[in-house]
Design a protein around this ligand. Structure first.
Ligand code: FES
Length: 151
């Protein structure tokens, strides 16, 4: 193997070896994260296109949530069923530095694992604590035929 080819092969293998754990740690690997932000351990478990069902009503118990990826934007979003049974949905991209947030049942809040940002899903995802300054953007949803659809 020539020296040039050896270096090229090493670079490809090196990127592959480093790239896989980085992508695994970044959720779906498509979120808009700041390079300074630590990786979020949360990743969407399904993909949903606008107009498609995110989940059936009975699939999401009160005081729980579904983390999914919007196929149009590639960004994570979260459908929350509040303790009173109401459904709300927000972008799951933290407004601080872009880590993926997740619903924490103990707090009944959306929490960011990177720098401790906390948002209240019952109050328009307003910032409760931590460094974020803006609420999570709301996502339009629609209840129809026992299912929750992404508008
Ligand atoms: Fe810093 Fe979420 S990325 S609190």
């Amino acid at each position: 193997m020539s020296r040039k080819r050896f270096i090229r092969t090493g670079v490809v293998l090196g990127v592959g070896t480093v790239g896989i754990p980085l992508l695994a740690g970044c959720g779906d690997g498509r979120a808009s994260r700041s390079p300074e932000a630590p990786a979020s351990p949360y990743s969407p478990d399904r993909e949903v296109a606008p107009g498609e069902a995110i989940a059936s009503e009975e699939e999401v118990e009160p005081d729980s949530a579904v983390l999914y990826a919007n196929t149009e934007t590639g960004q994570p979003e979260v459908l929350v069923r509040l303790p009173d049974g109401e459904f709300v949905a927000y972008s799951a991209v933290c407004t601080h530095q872009g880590c993926t947030v997740a619903y924490r049942r103990q707090m009944q809040k959306l929490a960011c694992p990177c720098h401790g940002g906390v948002f209240d899903p019952a109050e328009g995802a307003a910032v409760v604590s931590g460094p974020p300054r803006r609420p999570l953007p709301e996502v339009e949803i629609e209840l129809r035929d026992g299912k929750v659809f992404r508008a």
